[in-house]
Design a protein around this ligand. Sequence first.
Ligand code: FO1
Length: 344
Amino acid sequence: MTDANMRVTVLAGGVGGAKLSHGVSMLPDVDLSVIVNTGDDLELHGLAISPDVDTVLYTLAGLANAETGWGLRDETWSAHEMLGRYGAPTWFRLGDRDIATHLVRTSRLAAGATPTEVTRELAAALGLGARVLPMADRPVRTRIRIATGWLELQAWFVGRRHADDALEIRFDGVDDARPTAAVLDAVRSADVIALAPSNPFISIGTILALPGMVPALLGAGAPVVGVSPIVAGAAIKGPADRMFETLGGEASALGVARHYATRYPGLLDGLVVDVADAAHVPAIERLGMAAMATTTVMHHDIDRRRLAEDTLAFARDLVASAGTATPRVDPVAGDRGAPAKSGA
Ligand code: FO1
């Protein structure tokens, strides 16, 4: 902990990640960095669109559409209607105010700015104190294999309402991408690192698939705590529960713990689960990570703040107890130093 602020770094995907980050940003004396998945990015109408980054920016700025979680509130759809009249694609709905973000991003990238620089400029313009960090400055594109073949993430997620079973995931470009310097700094200098309740396969998994990302997290001095995106066997939003069924594992809080413990041994020091899953806590602890049950479903801002408070307090207790207890040997991977297998 620095004298003034606690430095908190959150790994986030879409709506769930943005909400937890927003909760952290409401806490006093906290210096927040959010590392955001960019595998969902797409180009449409000649515009560079970064859904998860924009969802975090809008949510932290208090501008997000409360019903959907993505896009801006008080939105209008004149451009969308006109695009329809021209026969342009309208399956991915872009509101008029949202389009301003894509216009600025596209022109700044064309002028040679990096996604990190563009996002910093957008965050500053929206008056954000938090650092919002694209996970990488090189393009990574998540692809999903369904029964009829491979689809780009948004074509599956939005275009087909993720109705098809996801049989395989690919992160195109990930081998040539690296966590940015700002991302590695946010990991190294954190007092607490949190994996938000985002999809472990296509949001957190994408970030962890970046070469060097898991080793950086394993080498960080800060405790790494996750928040389960599965509550009482179901995802709050999106296809995470069904992806456990088709990609391996179990759609439960214990399944989430097992997912991280087996794919990223030693990564999680603790997992926060919902009170509905309190019965799973002992089995999760037997996997070699601490576990805590609290209310993790976030309907209102106050829920976001309280989950953030509980998660940070949980992480602080881990630091305190680690100071006294003998170093915990992870049953799956041996001591912390063991090189983790690569991510998803
Ligand atoms: N999600 C939808 O279900 N339908 C949409 O038309 C849609 C448009 C959209 C536009 C901008 C943006 O930032 C997000 C948008 N999303 C839409 C959400 C997005 O697909 C998901 O939030 C993430 O990609 C999943 O993490």
